[in-house]
Design a protein around this ligand. Sequence first.
Ligand code: BGC
Length: 807
Amino acid sequence: MSRWLLVYDGYDPDSEGVREALCTLGNGYFATRGAQPEATADGVHYPGTYVAGCYDRLTSDVAGRTVVNEDLVNAPNWLPLTLRIGDGPWLGPADLASPSALLSYRQELDLRRGVLTRLLRFTDAAGRVTRMAQRRIVSMEDPHLAALETTIVPENWSGDLEIRSALDGRVSNSGVARYRLLNGAHLVPGGEGENGAEAVWLSCRTATSGVEIALAARTRVDAAAKRTTREERGWISQDLLVEAEEGVPVTVEKVAALFTSRDRAIEEPAKAARTRVDRAAGFDGLLERHTLAWGRLWRRCRLSVDGEDVQRVLNLHMFHLLQTVSEHTVDLDVGVPARGLHGEAYRGHIFWDELFVLPFLTLRFPEIARSLLLYRSRRLPEARWAAREAGRRGAMYPWQSGGDGREETQWLHLNPRSGRWLPDHSHLQRHVGLAVALNVWRFYEATGDAEFLAEYGAEMLLEIARFFAGLATYSRGLDRYEIRGVMGPDEYHDGYPGREEPGLDNNAYTNVLAVWVLCRALDVLAVLPGDRRDELVERLGLAREEIARMEDVSRTMAIPFHDGVLSQFEGYADLDELDWDGYRRRYGDIRRLDRILEAEGDSPNRYKASKQADVLMLFHLLSREELDDVLTRLGHVPAPDLMERTIAYYLPRTCHGSTLSSLVHAWLMARVDGEEAWHLFLESLDSDIGDSQHGTTAEGVHLGAMAGTVNLVQRCHAGVTTQGTVLHLAPRLPAGIGRLRLGLRYRGNWGVDLSLSQDRLRVALHPGVASPIEVACGAETVTIEPGAAWETPLANGRLPEQPAGGR
Ligand code: BGC
């Protein structure tokens, strides 16, 4: 396999869901799973199409309770295309599942051009052998268009060949088995009809959010065809009957357009879809423009390593990231759904995962990163309302966000192992707001976009800081501020054994990051131009006492320690040790330890056992200096080996129930043990392509982990961080990577090229770059002029004088 091809040989129903997710094609406006065009949702296949930001809310009765859930809506399916020979049966997935009927099968995803190809040969009961080749795109050039080209060759027969090309609006959200008790009927049929001789259209409306979604499809065949249109409510097809001749290919071309009432510059979605297919070029024309658009994207994503297998997965990860958020997203009001536009897990909601996505985008597509931050900015009023309802000032961002930014976290979740519906307290992950604030600041550092900061960023940062300053309560006993009753990133701990109310006290991750954010809020007040600052302070009604409190909390927040390491939360030290070996022996895979323990009538709350990196996230997000600054500010004397000790403590107590976990650990291990880090890096590359969480990839890719691996190469292997106005480089290049080349955009400057090998680091600026950049590398800070390059020796992929820990 090449660096740009994902290939599946043979058909395997058990892995069909994973293939569908990994072969999803999209353009940041909408995406369609790589399902077979002749399939409907049947337990093996799930042809889902998702439009960015198109949500709908429905009520369901489960476990004796009425629950309300907002879903990213599975939009009408534009794909359906099947055929029959003579008056035989329509070709369906079952025919292809039979080994005697399916003679060969191959799927190829071309990552460079964004083309999914399917090649198959099959025979029917009468021994007629047919060859078929299908190519599919979801246009990266025109975000409303998709196309499917099918070439059919009758190998040993001649006669009637009928092709059915349909639009299916009778789909629901049913892609995730454990959500099936929930109401998924989001689409209300609107209308359908013909559009000239070659095309049909269909429209529907989401049940409660009232978004009109319209599809139109034009189907052409390169032979004389008799055409019949059939329609039922929510479904329309065209059947094309042709005289097929042995050995002569018949090519069918379906071009589809999708619009919604959220789109701009249209009169009405169905009309827009009909006009767009009328005007669309043929498959080859669309493919050409689409390929050019992908070429432009890849030029901005230059990242290459020597190892072909590693490169392919990195390409796959960038590919899916750019299919979820692209330049077509910039004009939309959408965030980063944790599972991409690739499936229905987590209902298309937006968590803190953009933390892993933005560093990649910011240094390549700052305009996309900015638009994702604006998604948060537009939901500031809702976050303010949530804070107010909780009796606080400032902004309390929701753990799960969707359409309007209210809290979308479910109140109950199903443990499929025990069959029990359980209370879900994960909305107590208040740290999501801290991630938003951190993203704002990092974006500002990397782009120098002072206008964004003044217009939007500062307000979010200050409102989030304000919320945390208020959330912290003063403890007379400790003579420090505390944050009580929250959850950290580790979702396996949501309370104390024996304590009725959920939540934990002084989660180290939350408290430390809150202090860091409070400091940045104070910085913001210092960096904003005086008039802008005064305006903002006036608008927010930010009183002098509140600023004084931010300062006070940032100097006296409680941070728990035990055994010389940061405690995940207050009382963590008193929990029992889990019998890790025993559980591994008994269950093998213990990543979902929460489900295992609950099914046994036990709870992870009793044990020193984490789902994912929690405390350790601090070392991931903050540089050593930044963390030391926070701890010193709080009156602690950080031990020089604090990070190494903390990693050594938590790593064996973590079961990686989230794909984000091995990624963060890989990153951290790179600072202490290159060998182990490399192993963990390869493991995190495998998250989706190897479906390492057993079945979860089929429900949508793990976008945070995907982007995180690319980010790891950038921030850890190449050692690129942005702080202040300086590009910092502290490489840790694993030998397994070979040479690494990266192209970046830094503070508005296109064309910053890095190349690294085990013994050399080179930074070059294209001649067209507007201004010099400052680069800090070890003890040296240099200014590189446009058109110039700078080199420094490395020893085993590191700066010779680089300490073991480093940034
Ligand atoms: C993880 C969260 C993550 C979410 C969405 C959960 O399993 O625990 O940290 O944000 O998945 O990716």
